[in-house]
Design a protein around this ligand. Structure first.
Ligand code: NOJ
Length: 766
């Protein structure tokens, strides 16, 4: 059905002119009006809206109606239905599929007074139906192009299914692996997070055409710093950490053109993010000049009551509106109270107008006013979702996301013929877990399992034994799931299979829903009896390749010491098993590097490479002394550091050269290094640059990632990789409470992980 151009774009300039007391009516023609700049079009709509309709634009509801059934008659659904018809809903979430989207959009644009289209949001986090690796895994690829492409695939499928807005990327810098949502972001480093945020925003939004969705950068801000890694817990961080660690990826995403932001559940400086004007107004909208809108997190406006920051929903709505929250996700706060709050003078109408303008602007930019059914094309939906090229795309990024943690005894790559291989572990035969958390339209059982991937290589004989289930706690909505926490009855079969095998592939780790929102863990070891299974099989035959499937760093010190080969295989999405098999067999040479440090013990967490020095860092302490910052029962170092990962190739770094040892304001220097592939196999290496600002107005981290290059190097070949260091790169949030570069001495390191010792130094003068 062709959408009829709504009347307001014809009459609105007149309305504006009148409402502004103006006398100039420039004459109205539809052709002319269509060419108006977006802000004038927005104003033309705004001028026609009642206060209730404005509050309605700021209201987002969860899906409530089975569109093939009768219209809802009672309860919350009936209320939502009524609001929808009145034009009191600006957006819906968790509705998908062209049929459903069209049915709701039809009400908005054909039955309401002003015909304003809805914008439809969904958590398309790492794919819609064709699922990519979880974002943490993708971050391990350090391959920005691949991640952008993965976001493009997600956007294309989601947009084909009626959606025009995804609640991604999550750019929360995550230092605490207990927090289940580390799977959803790009790990512990602000620089890496920033580059990936840009790539993902570009991937989702593209040219804002019919295969694009608006991005939503979340969670603004500080959410990942929940105390003790417990989701939704209190956050108490310094302004220094906020500006230097947490905010940079948000700023990068905003500068990359992200159209929306989502605030967060946590408090910051005692003020919940949803009611936090410092974050939403001062920083985001004023300082960064962000022109899009901020949606609250689910019910976070109402949660300000539980936080003890608002006495009731009306006060919560007032505080949220005044603090710059533009859209209320499912709290019913704005739709119920905002108009009254304006009439009572507690929220200014200018504030409301600003929020509504922002929302309308995004709708215009997404083309929804031109054609509210732009995303509702059944034929496109059918042709697009699950395309072969999307499967190829997610397979490609899945392979790139795999990290080789250990490879001794030449176990990997596997020989292709004549081997007896025992495959052990419930996850090896799991077609659901690899999809990970947030899998939207992908049905259970649609991933390629590791076993299926391995079976495609027919030269070897495979035997499979489950050994033990992956033990899980409460992981699914509304259902207590406690699977096999202690059952060892499958051990004997696993041992028998191991005894007669040349090589054993053990696939162990976490269930796909054991990470994600609300899935914090107080223990980071292999869940259930999997560790015991590993040790039991090892006694029977130590030729084990351990393939980890997990959504967060795990504590596996025993495996790191004893198991000869370990491959970090995360939750890699629809093509997981194919990706893992191709890496195991050497058809793909792994190049992933960890985006989060792996701790030795949970007691070290939060653990991150870019920590501060402390006054007692331990360097040069007499060995008999205990009075330095350490544990008496374990050392401080991670099991595997940030940036770490092996390859079937071997790389040698040499010839670190700097163009000069100093530079001044507006100047720059370059630093280069030669990286030689000294093996007989072509491979890729992520060359990493770290800096340390030795003395500053506020203390600085011991080292910080400031550049990286993923480079392919043929066997025996050498490549020179060059980085540029300028003032911008060394800026930080100083004691002056602003970003600036301070003169002084710096150290730099270049290498293949954050522990690299190849160093140089330079001075910055101004
Ligand atoms: C709550 C989560 O924190 C947020 O990330 C998500 O986008 C919303 N729910 C909507 O599902």
């Amino acid at each position: 059905m062709k959408y009829k151009f709504p009347h307001y774009l014809f009459i609105a300039p007149l309305a504006i002119a009148l409402s502004c007391g103006g006398t100039k009516n420039t004459g109205i023609s539809s052709a002319k009006e269509e060419k108006l700049p977006i802000d004038r079009k927005v104003d033309s709509v705004l001028a026609l809206m009642t206060l209730e309709e404005k509050a309605g634009q700021m209201n987002q509801y969860n899906g409530f109606w089975e569109v093939t059934g009768p219209a809802p008659k009672d309860g919350a659904a009936a209320l939502k239905y009524d609001h929808l018809k009145k034009g009191w809903v600006g957006s819906m979430l968790n509705v998908k599929g062209v049929k459903d989207v069209r049915a709701l959009q039809k009400i908005a644009v054909e039955e309401t007074r002003l015909h304003i289209p809805l914008i439809f949001g969904f958590d398309v986090i790492h794919g819609y139906k064709t699922i990519s690796p979880i974002p943490l895994a993708e971050a391990a690829s350090w391959d920005l192009e691949a991640m952008q492409h993965s976001a493009e695939i997600a956007a294309a499928e989601a947009a084909a299914s009626g959606l025009n807005w995804t609640f991604a990327p999550m750019v929360d810098v995550s230092r605490d692996a207990r927090w289940g949502r580390v799977m959803e972001g790009a790990g512990e480093d602000p620089y890496l997070n920033s580059r990936i945020a840009e790539a993902r925003v570009k991937g989702f939004q593209g040219n804002l055409g019919e295969f694009s969705v608006a991005a939503c950068v979340k969670h603004f801000a500080g959410y990942s710093f929940a105390e003790a890694g417990r989701d939704y817990n209190t956050v108490d961080i310094s302004d220094n950490t906020l500006h230097n660690i947490i905010l940079p990826p948000f700023k990068a995403a905003s500068e990359a053109g992200a159209l929306t932001f989502m605030n967060s559940f946590n408090e910051l400086e005692g003020i919940p993010a949803t009611g936090n004007a410092y974050l939403q107004r001062d920083i985001l909208k004023d300082k960064w000049n962000f022109k899009g809108f901020v949606v609250s997190d689910w019910g976070s406006m109402g949660e300000m009551i539980s936080h003890g920051y608002a006495k009731d929903m009306k006060e919560a709505a007032m505080k949220a509106a005044n603090a710059g929250s533009d859209m209320d996700m499912e709290s019913y706060g704005f739709v119920t109270h905002l108009a009254a709050l304006v009439r009572e003078g507690k929220v200014s109408e200018a504030n409301v107008n600003d929020a509504v303008r922002r929302i309308l602007r995004v709708k215009f930019m997404m083309g929804l006013f031109d054609d509210p059914y732009k995303y509702c094309n059944e034929a496109r939906e059918q042709q697009t979702i699950g395309k072969k090229e999307f499967h190829d795309g997610v397979l490609d990024v899945a392979k790139k996301s795999i990290v080789l943690l250990k490879n001794e005894k030449n176990l990997l790559p596997l020989k292709k013929d004549g081997q007896k291989i025992a495959v052990i572990g419930a996850l090896a035969n799991d077609k659901t877990s690899p999809l990970g958390s947030w899998r939207i339209a992908a049905a259970d059982g649609t991933a390629v399992s590791v076993l299926e991937g391995l079976k495609k290589y027919t030269g070897n004989t495979l035997t499979y034994a489950k050994g033990a289930d992956v033990a899980v706690g409460t992981i699914a909505f509304g259902s207590e799931t406690h699977i096999n926490m202690t059952d060892k009855s499958g051990f004997a079969e696993a041992v028998t299979a191991a005894k007669s095998a040349d090589v054993i592939i053990m696939v162990l780790g976490e269930h796909g829903l054991q990470t994600g929102e609300g899935r914090s863990r107080a223990d980071l070891s292999l869940p259930g009896v999997q560790q015991e299974l590993l040790e039991t099989v090892y006694k029977a035959n130590p030729n084990i390749v351990l393939v980890l499937n997990n959504g967060r760093p795990l504590t596996i010190p025993w495996a790191a010491k004893n198991i000869p080969a370990i491959l970090e295989g995360w939750q890699l999405g629809t093509e997981a098993g194919n990706a893992i098999a191709q890496v195991l067999y050497g058809d793909y040479n792994p190049s992933g590097k960890l985006p989060m440090s792996f701790p030795k013990s949970i007691g070290q967490v939060p653990l991150y490479y870019n920590h501060k020095s402390t006054g007692r860092p331990g360097n040069g302490q007499p060995t008999e002394s205990v009075f330095w910052s350490h544990y008496i029962d374990i050392d401080n170092a991670p099991l595997y550091p940030f940036g770490y990962g092996l390859s079937y190739s071997k790389f040698e770094y040499s010839n670190l050269k700097m163009s000069s040892n100093s530079f001044s304001k507006d100047g720059k220097i370059t630093v280069s290094v030669d990286v030689k592939n000294i093996s007989g196999v072509e491979g890729k290496e992520v060359v990493q640059l770290y800096l340390q600002d030795l003395v500053a107005s506020v203390t600085r981290p011991v080292r910080e990632l400031k550049g990286f290059e993923l480079t392919a190097i043929r066997a025996g070949q050498s490549k020179t990789v060059t980085f540029t260091i300028d003032e911008k790169l060394i800026e930080f949030y100083t004691a002056n409470k602003k970003f600036e570069a301070e003169p002084g001495d710096f150290k730099l390191w270049i290498g293949g992980d954050s522990n690299t010792t190849m160093e140089a130094s330079f001075t910055y003068t101004n």
